[in-house]
Design a protein. Structure first.
Length: 135
């Protein structure tokens, strides 16, 4: 009977590890319903980006003001998380198909001065923290 219990425990552990393999990871945190970088800087989306296109509409001077969120872009994507390749070849995180950006005018963690900027075309990413297995 003990061998049986050990076998079941081993199978359960193997299934758990298999489920965790390939789990999506993006270097983000969730604070008060907002998505931030691990350093606490607010993340934004841009209305001119087409969800799921794999492209960013923000380049050149736009990308200087709205730096693409690239932290850990070599990490594995999955689920709602994807990594897109920008026109310059760099990688950028996208959530639910929308590329993510930082705002150069946000000075400290928690700032969200870019929300509604440029005729309300920039938005903070709002989402409650996912279950621990998704992070």
């Amino acid at each position: 009977m003990t061998r049986f219990k050990h076998a079941i425990a081993g199978i359960a552990l193997a299934l758990l590890l298999a489920a965790c393999t390939g789990m999506p990871y993006a270097p983000v945190k969730y604070t008060n319903g907002l998505m931030t970088s691990n350093s606490g800087m607010t993340l934004y989306t841009f209305d001119k980006d087409t969800a799921g296109s794999g492209k960013s509409a923000c380049a050149g001077p736009c990308a200087k003001n709205w730096p693409p969120f690239t932290d850990g872009a070599g990490d594995q994507s999955g689920g709602d998380w994807t990594v897109i390749t920008r026109d310059d070849g760099s990688k950028q995180w996208a959530y639910s198909g929308k590329p993510l950006y930082l705002w150069s005018k946000d000075q400290k963690p928690g700032d969200r001065t870019g929300d509604g900027f440029l005729n309300n075309s920039w938005h903070v990413v709002k989402r409650e923290a996912p279950p621990p297995t998704e992070r």
